[in-house]
Design a protein around this ligand. Structure first.
Ligand code: T1G
Length: 702
């Protein structure tokens, strides 16, 4: 007996339990086991019907994503053939959906003849999130059970639905409040007696009502849902096939479409991201016994955009938080901003008034540091001034309880220096939120030189509790994300000095899949902010070639969106920039001043240079052990900088290009741009070893 699939006879009923923790995924072993077990039941005269269920809290979370890059062993049947075998079988097979049934899990139940579902269970087809479509009959059987419109909604949305909804839509036949397996056995006995078998593939009554024009409309909507990827439209195509072609033909077309999509680089990138974003939580030198503190009370110092946003994160997670500022006037402004952000969510129907009131009640305004004495963590979010921050940390050290963690939201200052201003350097860390903090998922948790493991565990847990993705990084200029951005932005500016234009660079990046180009981002964040960061970095990078354009845009009084002019012009009422003639003129003049003869840049060259700057700097970050894994960098870039999920991230992209080529490009760019592009030794090492940087883990952690 294969133990990932267990068979137990309950009277005349074969109870088949899938037991493959943690998610009961349909691994090769499970598919083989299910196939053999069901066949055994069919061949056994003593077995009159079969119940299929999952062990533990899940039914089946889908096909095993870990095995997608592996060749299927010859003795394992294809998942869709195994499901077809169930549907074709001559004895009733009943699915007892005890918990989550996703993807191949739901498809397995739809191949069964009847579906009973536990009241708390959910079902869904999440495949679009992985870059492909249901591949084991979902696009053919779901429309037959629930109709075309519902099938399209579920497949394109990817989110699971409740048991009640599944019943309402015809996906489940019965909801069971108590023991779903016990009830399924009773139903199985009844069906065995009456010899009733209802095969999903033979049902056609819900397939009508859609003509070619309606499908064309659905395709248009699907295309608009996901820029840069093909699988949303492909899903509509397959559902159309369900409505217009015989079942067997539909299954074949779905299969072929699925396989092509599954093997594409984009889908590979998306499943890489699935595991990467789970991997970041694993800190290699943090033993399991170190649990970290649970944050029950928090404090935030500084009620500006960042501080207010961070306070909202706590309130959103139900954690009481004291929001502190220097004066009654300041804190009143801060609270007003929080209030109006919530109010606009209520106005847009994203939040109920009641929820807003509860959240506001969790935020206590204060001007007194001693009101922070009950906080388990205090996050400082004042402006970037080392002396001010040190002063605040000294005060916090005196005001807060001895075991409280003191964290800084700085994006550019040396937190080790800040930590030295306290007597609890082991409890000082960085928590670099991204703006707007209440929206952006990413937090770079910065491990200081003296931070204890307990403190690291506390902030990693906190990220999770706040529904953020926390990535552990080390102290260094710009940590991980901004360090890379700042180099790539310089390379972009150099290209503009030499012949490209900001809007040309931005278009290349948007076409690649970024939500905005690098110059548009600078306009959004503030050209003045960019200039001030560069001034702060002057000493660090003395002797390097420095781009001059940002300073000139700033000198023209163009601060970005807030002054309606930056790299772009922003006509009244518009947040989308249009190319600026004044900036273009300034760029041409600057090239002349620099003695550069402007030349044409192809889109490929711009993209390659920009992405090489990111990957090469990311490799340096790993060289310096400021991130734990290559994949952590990709998670940072997706969640903090909008790197398209279907591209996987700068390090994943570098592997696709080939690390030797990335190294060569960096070396070539170094000749023009100097040490910004000094090629990383790690790139060379991995290229020579034939290894991938997206799979690389630093020998010791950050
Ligand atoms: N394959 C392999 N491992 C999986 C898995 C899967 N499908 N689902 C979860 N895991 C692992 C996960 O990596 C983690 O492992 C552990 O389970 C717990 O997950 C043919 C082709 C089910 C909602 O897309 O959405 O079927 O880190 O930490 O928050 O058409 O996991 O502990 O080692 O996320 O409770 C479609 C993906 C597959 C579902 C649970 N299915 N999974 O969330 O825990 S494609 C999916 C999830 C398919 C067919 C197609 C979530 C979850 P580790 P977790 P969670």
């Amino acid at each position: 007996m294969i133990d990932v699939v267990e068979l137990k006879m309950v009277g005349p009923i074969g109870l088949v339990t899938i037991n493959n923790p943690p998610a009961n995924a349909l691994s090769f072993a499970v598919v083989k086991g299910l196939d053999e077990t069901i066949k055994r039941c069919m061949a056994d005269a003593a077995c009159q019907a079969v119940v299929v269920t999952g062990a533990g809290r899940m039914f089946v979370a889908g096909a095993d994503i870990r095995e997608f890059n592996l060749p299927k062993p010859d003795d394992v049947p294809e998942l869709h053939d195994m499901i077809m075998g169930i549907e074709d079988s001559q004895k009733p097979v009943i699915a007892a959906i005890n918990g989550l049934a996703l993807g191949g899990g739901l498809e397995l139940t739809m191949g069964c003849h009847y579906r009973l579902i536990a009241a708390a269970a959910q079902v869904g087809q999440p495949e679009v999130k992985l870059g492909f479509i249901p591949g084991a009959g979902g696009t053919q059987r779901l429309p037959r059970l629930a109709g075309i419109a519902v099938a399209l909604d579920l497949i394109l949305d990817g989110e699971p639905i409740s048991a009640r909804k599944a019943l309402e839509l015809g996906i489940a036949d019965e909801i069971v409040e108590g023991d779903v397996v016990a009830r399924a056995i009773v139903v199985a006995e009844e069906k065995a007696k009456t010899g009733q078998i209802r095969r999903t593939g033979s049902q056609i009554d819900k397939l009508g009502g859609w003509d070619a024009a309606k499908f064309a409309e659905a395709r248009k909507k699907a295309a608009a849902m996901a820029r840069g990827v093909e699988h949303y439209v492909a899903a509509v195509d397959c559902v159309e096939v369900a409505a217009t072609m015989p079942f067997a033909e539909g299954l074949k077309i779905e299969r072929a479409t699925f396989v092509t999509l599954r093997d594409s680089d984009k889908a590979k990138a998306m499943r890489y991201m699935f595991f990467a974003e789970r991997e970041v939580a694993k800190i290699l030198d943090l033993p399991r016994e170190i649990k970290g503190a649970v944050i029950k009370q928090a404090g935030v110092v500084g009620s500006g955009t960042m501080g207010g946003g961070i306070a909202m994160c706590f309130a959103n997670a139900g954690v009481p938080v004291v929001l502190l500022d220097v004066s009654d006037e300041q804190i009143a402004v801060g609270m007003k901003k929080v209030q109006s952000t919530y109010a606009s969510q209520v106005a847009r129907g994203r939040l109920t008034q009641d929820a807003m009131d509860k959240r506001m009640a969790l935020i206590t305004p204060s001007t007194d540091f001693f009101s922070l004495n009950a906080a388990d963590i205090v996050i400082e979010a004042v402006f970037e001034d080392m002396d001010l921050k040190k002063e605040i940390f000294k005060t916090l050290d005196a005001a807060c309880k001895p075991d409280a963690v003191l964290a800084s939201n700085t994006s550019s200052l040396d937190i080790n220096e800040i930590a030295r201003a306290t007597r609890r350097a082991d409890k000082v860390v960085g928590v670099h939120f991204f703006s707007p903090a209440n929206v952006m998922k990413l937090v770079e948790n910065v491990r200081t030189a003296k931070a204890s493991k307990e403190t690291v565990a506390t902030v990693m847990n906190l990220s999770k509790a706040l529904d953020k993705i926390g990535v552990l990084v080390g102290v260094g200029d710009g940590f991980v994300g901004n360090r890379m951005l700042h180099v790539a932005r310089r390379i972009a500016e150099f290209m503009v000095e030499e012949g490209a234009l900001p809007w040309q660079v931005d278009k290349v990046l948007v076409d690649y899949g970024f939500p905005m180009g690098v110059f548009a981002v600078n306009d959004l964040a503030g050209v003045d902010v960019g200039v001030s960061i560069r001034r702060g970095q002057k000493k660090l990078y003395e002797g390097r070639r420095h781009p001059v354009l940002m300073d000139k845009v700033f000198a023209m009084g163009r601060l970005g969106q807030k002054s309606k002019a930056g790299w772009y012009d922003y006509p009244e009422g518009s947040r989308a920039g249009v190319p600026s003639e004044a900036v273009e003129k300034m760029i041409f003049e600057t090239s002349k001043e620099l003695g550069l003869t402007r030349r044409a840049f192809s889109e490929d060259e711009i993209l390659a240079n920009y992405l090489t700057a990111l990957a090469n700097t990311g490799a340096h970050v790993l060289d310096e052990k400021l991130a734990i894994r290559g994949a952590d960098i990709d998670v940072i870039w997706h969640y903090g900088y909008g790197f398209p999920r279907y591209r996987g991230g700068p390090m994943f992209h570098a592997d696709l290009v080939g690390l030797d080529e990335v190294y060569e490009t960096a070396a070539k760019l170094q000749r023009t741009y100097g040490d910004w592009m000094k090629p990383s030794p790690l790139l060379k090492f991995l290229a020579d070893a034939g290894k991938k940087i997206s799979e690389y883990t630093c020998p010791t952690s950050a």
